[in-house]
Design a protein around this ligand. Structure first.
Ligand code: FES
Length: 268
């Protein structure tokens, strides 16, 4: 396995994709090859960073340089200056990400936009490549499913969700644990877990963000819900206007099946 000295995170969310981030990824790959850096620098396509109005966004680690509104023509300069010579391209930095009056970079949780955010559902968005199951697993992905299936009875899973106070986020705020309890109590030959990702509320895009940026989190949660209520089939209802989310979900489902994390006899 390659150990990379730098990682270039390019936002692949809907906002940045529509402002050209896919072109940036191709250009980074091209420029890295031309500069002999392909084995040293990894380009990662991530989900949304949350600052869509400033896209396309590119973050280069380990420095954490936060480049905003990056154009294809800027990529050569980032590669030759920053990645080859170690000189951060100041003109492309998001103003808020630099300590005032200095060239010193702030960490993301010092930036105004992010510093009061405590990300739970979106913790992996903008951090991992949503098309790579290994990156989700590296962030403890599928560990909760493993624990539920191997160490807990379905009722214990439901009680954990009840105790957590988790509620629906669609407006009604219905307690999730109670919903799972009703479904578990209902006697039926076949039960289904239905994930409503249609997102009908005007201007809302939280479902899209999580599906684009962290699709395995949705699959893992559905599998846990299935175990808890006694269901072995799930459906995701998603709108055609979210092509990136649909594509990433399909990739995630395939990968999870391949790893034995969906399908029969999960974790034995
Ligand atoms: S889509 Fe790139 S920051 Fe939201």
């Amino acid at each position: 396995m390659n150990i990379y000295r730098s990682q270039v995170l390019v936002c692949g969310g809907t906002g940045c994709t529509s402002s050209g981030s896919a072109l940036l990824i191709d250009e980074f790959e091209k420029q890295l090859k031309e500069n002999g850096l392909y084995d040293e620098v990894k380009v990662v396509k991530t989900g949304c960073f949350g600052l869509c109005a400033l896209g396309p966004i590119v973050i280069v680690y380990p420095e954490g340089a936060f480049y905003s509104m990056v154009k294809k023509e800027d990529v050569k300069e980032i590669v030759e200056e920053h990645l080859l010579k170690g000189r951060i391209v100041q003109r492309l930095l998001y103003d808020e990400s630099v300590h005032e009056g200095t060239d010193e970079i702030k960490s993301l949780n010092e930036v105004d936009f992010y510093k009061k955010q405590h990300r739970i559902t979106l913790r992996n968005c903008g951090v991992i490549n949503p098309e790579n199951i290994d990156e989700y697993i590296a962030r403890d992905g599928y560990e909760a499913l493993g624990k539920a299936l191997t160490e807990m009875k379905p009722q214990e899973v439901i009680d954990t969700i009840k105790d957590s106070g988790l509620r629906g986020r669609g407006g009604g705020g219905f307690p999730t644990g109670l919903k799972w309890q009703f479904a578990a109590n209902s006697v039926n030959e076949q039960k289904y877990v239905c994930c409503n990702a249609d997102e009908g509320d005007p201007g809302a895009f939280m479902d899209r963000s999580v599906l684009e940026g962290d699709p395995h989190a949705v699959l893992e949660a559905m599998a846990i819900a299935g175990y808890a209520i006694g269901s072995n089939q799930g459906y995701i209802y998603i709108r055609a206007e979210y092509p990136i989310a649909v594509q990433r979900l399909n990739i995630a489902i395939k990968q999870a099946r391949k790893y034995g994390l969906l399908g029969k006899n999960i974790f034995d």
